[in-house]
Design a protein around this ligand. Structure first.
Ligand code: B12
Ligand code: SF4
Length: 589
């Protein structure tokens, strides 16, 4: 059954399927999230498990969370911003016509994200369509991949601007002001643009000292949904209303150096302006947690390992969280095993908590080659023991296929090692194995200096990645193979490991027989076709509900909190006040 005619969509029964637009409120900026492959509905693509441990489907319909911080920042300065999750609208209905929808949008500026490289086909394709229907409206790209490939992207005739950087809010504001003012684009920091045939790369923007000024505004988000009576155009991903996971982004960039990561310290030094990691203050993290807990009951993930900000910073965050007790589960991310002291501090401060630890491999030598962290398995088991001896409610371990030094035999030994952990520890401990797919990140050490890390790259440029995305199965989409495993071997090892792991989870009570049987059916079907033909919301290696527990709208959300926030947002609606860039005076518009 080709995906071409069956974009699989799970309807959320408890949500009205209505979209009413108030056309009279014309946004100044429309931020568009494209599908990974624009014409995915017309193609027959065997996707495979490229999105099994994230909420999105292989269409990668989740937009960068930065859309929310960009929108909040611009709104604070008097501009109207609309977020359009085009990928999600296209997934939800075959009848949805992107062209007709985009024709009605007439902002001053369109923004498209090329944050994740898997949108290398969809992003430029949406830009081409927009240029065709609105040749007079400029288009700006932004995001990590757009920054990495800014020179190649700006050569695309549909692209007018690329904003480079990990914190682009002030530059986007400056760009909008220039568009409605004197059009002195050379004054916009971090902008790559063209004047006539000439490409101009402006100096980088200066990064702020902290992330505290760049937050999303929950009240405004809810107000936008209510104002448009549109639950889908700006929803972050397909199944969000059923499991609205929430997160606080504690950091931009990273202190670690994973060979395959495009946001590692060395990767960002290569192409991302400014000094990273950039932290959010402990107070700002706690405030965001409190606000999220006012409207949802779902787990709140703290993205980033707090210890990378230093021991004192991690302690300060935990103390700040203790001052705003919430009933939601707070999920901590650990890049290497936490010591007993930290576990005890968390346990004393937080009522309901869980953790994610990503050893990536059971093999200490492979971990060393990957470069995230060096630690022994004994140390990891000690940490697991400490966490499970505390009130930690859930501990998920993440492993990967496609690592330096890893062979098929080594992958299977990894499953044996996980079984030993299942035997030793209780059901709160679970584990996931996914392939690194579809790409080794651009700009990463493994991309920039592939051979010395044992990678063989099949694509380097944006155009070459676009071509890979236009192939019809996940094996041929991979932009790499390794000295130790071919692409075919990685595909086989992925399914073989998943089959055993699913069985172990069933045997050791991590998942029910029913859930395990469901995964088995989906994986067998996928394996036979070497993938998964529909962009399904369900995983083929694991069940996504293992990670993101679904619930009804009323179970997930706190209606009272939403109404209070909504009332607050309406009463504090931002004035149409715009500050002139070149003067300290402000003018009301
Ligand atoms: C949290 C996270 C996630 C979350 C999603 C968060 C989200 N919705 O943004 C989850 C876990 C779901 C996820 C999934 C994936 N991720 Co991820 N993720 C991260 C992580 C750890 C942090 C990102 C972050 O903190 N962002 C901070 C927010 C506030 O800023 P932002 O979204 O980056 O936006 C700012 C700028 O980028 C820019 N910007 C972004 N878009 C636009 C658009 C315009 C027009 C403009 C002007 C500016 C702009 O301005 C924003 C504000 O200043 C990074 C690693 C890292 N340390 O950075 C990887 C990272 C970004 N992810 C990566 C990858 C590969 C993926 C997946 C493809 C993996 C997969 N195969 O499943 C998926 C794609 C998901 C999808 N689209 O559906 C790679 C990207 C490499 C690349 N160049 O392609 C990274 C760098 C590292 C990694 N390997 O994990 N990810
Ligand atoms: S993959 Fe490694 S380098 Fe990249 S964000 Fe995660 S810990 Fe940091």
């Amino acid at each position: 059954m080709p995906f071409a005619s069956h974009a699989h969509v799970t309807r959320d029964a408890d949500l009205p399927n209505i979209t009413i637009h108030c056309e009279h409120v014309k946004p100044d900026v429309v931020l568009i999230h494209p599908p990974s492959v624009f014409d995915f509905r017309e193609r027959s693509i065997v996707y495979g498990p490229i999105s099994d441990v994230i909420p999105s489907t292989p269409v990668f319909e989740m937009y960068p969370i930065g859309f929310l911080t960009l929108a909040a920042f611009l709104r604070r300065h008097g501009y109207r911003v609309r977020i359009v999750n085009l990928a999600l609208r296209m997934m939800r209905s075959r009848r949805f016509q992107p062209e007709a929808f985009l024709r009605k949008q007439k902002p001053k500026l369109f923004g498209i994200d090329l944050h994740w490289l898997p949108h290398a086909q969809g992003g430029p394709a949406v830009a081409a369509l927009l240029k065709q229907i609105h040749p007079e409206i400029p288009i700006v790209f932004g995001g990590i991949s757009a920054t990495c490939f800014h020179r190649e992207l700006i050569d695309d005739p549909s692209v007018d601007f690329v904003l480079r950087g990990s914190v682009t809010e002030p530059s986007l504001l400056a760009l909008v002001r220039e568009l409605e003012g004197e059009r002195r684009f050379e004054d916009v920091p971090g902008l790559t643009w063209k004047r006539g045939g000439e490409v101009i790369v402006n100096p980088d923007a200066v990064l702020p000292a902290s992330l505290d000024d760049f937050d999303f505004d929950l009240g405004m988000m809810i107000r936008e949904v209510v104002r448009h009576l549109d639950f889908w155009t700006s929803a972050p991903f397909q199944a969000w209303w059923r499991h609205p996971i929430t997160a606080v982004f504690t950091v931009r960039g990273c202190a670690r150096r994973c060979v395959t990561c495009g946001a590692s310290s060395s990767a960002f030094r290569r192409f991302m302006p400014g000094h990273h990691p950039l932290l959010r203050s402990p107070e700002a993290i706690a405030t965001q947690v409190r606000k999220l807990a006012q409207i949802t009951r779902t787990p709140i993930f703290l993205v980033g390992d707090l210890r990378d900000g230093g021991k004192a910073y991690a302690s300060a965050v935990i103390d700040a969280l203790a001052r705003v007790p919430v009933s939601n589960r707070i999920v901590f991310e650990f890049f290497d095993p936490p010591d007993r002291d930290l576990v005890q501090r968390i346990d004393a401060a937080i009522l309901n908590w869980g953790a994610e630890l990503s050893p990536e491999s059971h093999d200490e030598s492979i971990r060393a080659l990957l470069g995230k962290a060096r630690f022994t398995n004994a140390r990891m088991e000690e940490a697991i023991e400490a966490m499970l001896a505390s009130r930690c409610r859930q501990l998920d371990l993440f492993y990967m296929i496609g690592l330096p030094g890893q062979t098929t035999a080594n992958v299977m030994t990894m499953v044996d090692a996980i079984e030993q952990l299942f035997i030793r520890f209780d059901r709160r401990l679970s584990a996931f194995i996914t392939p690194m797919a579809p790409f080794v990140d651009p700009g990463s050490d493994g991309f920039a200096d592939a051979e010395s890390h044992g990678y063989r790259l099949r694509a380097r440029t944006l155009v070459e990645h676009r071509a890979l995305l236009e192939t019809d199965n996940w094996e041929s989409m991979l932009n790499y193979e390794t000295e130790w495993m071919t692409r075919a071997e990685m595909v086989e090892a992925t399914y073989a490991a998943a089959e055993r792991l699913n069985d172990l989870k069933r045997r050791y009570g991590r998942i029910s027989d029913r859930r395990a049987a469901g995964v088995d059916i989906r994986r067998r079907a996928a394996r036979e076709q070497r993938g998964e033909q529909r962009a399904s919301t369900e995983g083929t290696l694991n069940d996504k509900a293992e990670l993101f527990e679904p619930g009804t709208f009323l179970r997930n959300f706190r209606l009272g909190g939403i109404l209070r926030m909504l009332a607050g947002a309406f009463f504090s609606a931002p004035p149409r006040l715009r500050v002139n860039r070149s003067s300290v005076q402000s003018r009301a518009t």
